[in-house]
Design a protein around this ligand. Structure first.
Ligand code: I3P
Length: 110
């Protein structure tokens, strides 16, 4: 699965609260492959990576991770929470309810 999402980091590894200067929402082109969620700057960055380019991207391991609808987060719509095995936590905003469910199912059932 691939697509544009907005991401906010809430907790870093070991449930350490993400510092203020790193908490803002950012847009990424997100791809899921081999139990890793890759966050590219844009589709171009994704293509470069596929060709073995050394483009910088974030990667989140989703083995033993859990994605759930973020009902408690009311500032934005179509948001899910991703909690990882190493206790980091992210919010992801998708474009609509179908995309929201699709990302959640893809992450939880790969
Ligand atoms: C953050 C930014 C985020 C906000 C976050 C701020 O500040 O405004 O949008 O999260 O609040 O710290 P900055 O732009 O200076 O990085 P919300 O959109 O969820 O409010 P937070 O610290 O309460 O997470």
């Amino acid at each position: 699965k691939k697509g544009y999402v907005m991401r906010k980091s809430c907790y870093e590894t070991n449930a350490k609260r993400t510092p203020f200067h790193k908490r803002s929402w950012k847009m990424f082109y997100c791809t899921l492959r081999d139990m890793v969620l890759y966050l590219h700057k844009d589709e171009n960055g994704f293509r470069k990576n596929q060709m073995g380019g050394d483009n910088i991207h974030n990667a989140i391991r989703i083995h033993h991770a859990l994605a759930t609808k973020a009902h408690d987060y009311t500032k934005k719509q179509y948001v899910f929470r991703l909690q990882t095995f190493d206790q980091s936590e992210f919010l992801f905003q998708t474009s609509d309810s179908k995309e929201l469910q699709s990302w959640i199912d893809t992450i939880n059932f790969v």
